[in-house]
Design a protein around this ligand. Structure first.
Ligand SMILES: [Fe+2]
Ligand SMILES: [Fe+2]
Length: 262
């Protein structure tokens, strides 16, 4: 028996009774507490094991009362797994195994890059290099967005991405030049990783992944370009005063970007 989503929600018991007030849910804590209070004040009886007779979708094999069958909004077909909301299954992935494994590796690498950029930002912030700190913090956000792009791609194609443990990033650096070189090395490693995903997509004739990776390949050209410029400019700032000027210049540039975005 197939039912539409609308039909299911029209007949299913909704545990919380009322929707949480969106304007009142400004923090994660208030979202969960609003759900709890909505449940407590609901005029509809919450679903409990005792209140709901076992239904066909429980697959217990016992005879069912007619009203129990009517209450059941799920399929009675044991093969109809996509209708089992209590144990939802993903659709079958159509990402070739090698491409998926490369995508997984790279999305974790992007998350690791975010972690590393955040560490560079903290080092700069602790030394009042506010411009560099903001810049690296923004880069950390961009790397997370890169990981999310890959995650969305995998999910859209029926694959579940796998998150790995992230190694702790380095904390000690000899100088701002050391920091700039660290960022450059990271981006070069990122380019190698992106190219590996693309090569896997080419070998598997996986056209959607190839198109996705075109974006990343272009992005890495830009990332490596600003890294090279940053290393040159930090090398050129040979005294504390010129480093401070460089930092203030970056701060002003980022503030200008923020105004444009508003
Ligand atoms: Fe990236
Ligand atoms: Fe990057």
């Amino acid at each position: 028996m197939n039912t539409t989503w609308d039909e299911r929600f029209a007949t299913a018991d909704y545990v919380y009774g009322t929707e949480p007030n969106a304007s009142a849910t400004s923090s994660p804590a208030s979202i969960w507490s609003s759900l709890a209070s909505a449940n407590a004040t609901s005029s509809r009886a919450p679903v409990t094991t005792a209140a709901v007779p076992s239904c066909r979708c429980s697959r217990a094999g016992s005879a069912q009362a007619p009203d129990a069958v009517q209450r059941c909004t799920f399929s009675s077909d044991p093969d109809d797994d996509d209708l089992n909301l209590l144990n939802p299954t993903m659709p079958k992935s159509n990402v070739p195994a090698k491409v998926l494994s490369e995508l997984n590796r790279q999305l974790n690498h992007e998350l690791s890059a975010a972690h590393n950029y955040q560490a560079l930002s903290l080092w700069c912030a602790a030394r009042n290099l506010t411009g560099f700190a903001s810049f690296f913090s923004r880069q950390a956000g961009e790397e997370r967005e890169h990981a999310e792009k890959m995650i969305d791609h995998a999910l859209d194609r029926g694959a579940t991405p796998e998150l790995a443990a992230l190694p702790a990033p380095p904390r000690e650096f000899a100088s701002l030049l050391d920091i700039a070189l660290q960022a450059q090395t990271m981006e070069q490693a990122n380019t190698t990783g992106i190219n590996a995903v693309y090569e896997a997509a080419l070998a598997a004739k996986d056209y959607p992944a190839q198109v996705l990776m075109h974006w990343f390949i272009n992005e890495q050209v830009e990332e490596e370009a600003w890294c090279a410029e940053m290393v040159d400019r930090v090398k050129g700032a040979s005294c504390a005063g010129s480093l401070s000027d460089l930092d203030r210049h970056i701060e002003r540039q980022l503030a200008g970007d923020g105004k444009k975005a508003d």
